[in-house]
Design a protein around this ligand. Sequence first.
Ligand code: PMP
Length: 410
Amino acid sequence: MKDYIDLPPIIIERGEGAFLYGADGKRYIDIIGSWWCNLLGHCNPIISNAIKQQLDKLEHIIFANFSHMPAIELAEKLVTILPKGLTKFHFNDCGSASVEVALKMAFQYQGQSGRGYKNRFMCLNGGYHGETIGALSVGSMDKYSACFKPMLFEPIRLEAGDFDATEKIFQKYGKQTAALIIEPILQGASGMKIYSADYLKHLKKLCDKYNVILIADEIATGFGRTGKMFACDHANITPDIMCLSKGLTGGYLPFAITVTTDKIYDAFYADFKDGKAFLHSHTYSGNPLGCVASIAVIDILTKTTVIDTATKNAVWLKKTFEDTFKNHKNVSDIRSIGLINAIELVEDKASGKSFDKSKRIPYNLYKKALEKGLLLRPMGDVLYFNPPLNIEREVLAESVDIVSQILDGK
Ligand code: PMP
């Protein structure tokens, strides 16, 4: 809050494509896609129109014993693009809620599937799944969780990419573990860290072997962000549960879905007297406006060339990042997947020495970028791009140029 004295919140009046316009008329390039949720540009006419049309028909309805055509149509469309076998949908209202639902669903499933409850969870070091209590428990970022430790449950942590250690942990704890939750391929909040599709396949095999539910949190990676429709597609796997939000509505509305398989659904399907139903009810579950926005997103992704164009721009951007930053004295690593490109900053490349945290170098770079009309939001010492998929190449080039300037103190 004290930072706001020096840098008061910027009032944004309107958005168009990759641009935001302040109340003072200043233009900003939204290179982080409004916290990674803006998928197809601000005020995308197709998504906006879909919401406007729906708004005059039905804004919301209790989603228990009632449904509506947008929810049905959305579920039907999702089945056609999701990894094969993901066919059942639980509607929620934000990413963290969809993670809570996934954890509870996995836990209850294990208890109801005839083998008894399993009460541990596994997660990956460096993972992030939101900031409600369950989601924080399976996250690994002290910054968000340290002071809440007494409120959290303790998961078993795996090191992404360490095949042998992972296998040993499954041997030791697999029997008591209900589920493993991961961000597939890309760990966003820990600095756009990428692990191999082979490691993801390895996790899937171990989960199957030890009857551990695999929860893929695709909240940040879904809908073309990593160059495939879903990050799980890089490994050709179907998780048991998948969490979707952010890009699902193009970043328009608080809306999320926890998706699962017939096998899991069937463990909850029973007579009323058996009390096996999955009870997790949010007021805004299945909101019709969120559904129509999501349908519009899927139509754009499947019926236009947006993903092809993004793929071509991603190849260009990766090369441009390498050409521009590889030899920079403050850049220790460059990571790319899809249109997501990140650079890790250090004070000294040769020794790998980090910046003195008290100097807040990344925050100062953020302020400098804003002055130059670029909305860049460092995570720790990592600067990254995660723009809308339909951003134009010239705008990417302008953004790279601004980052280059600020790194050189201009
Ligand atoms: N999981 C992942 C991988 C995320 O990146 C985020 C948000 N950054 C969340 C969960 C939480 O989503 P929300 O902020 O909508 O609760």
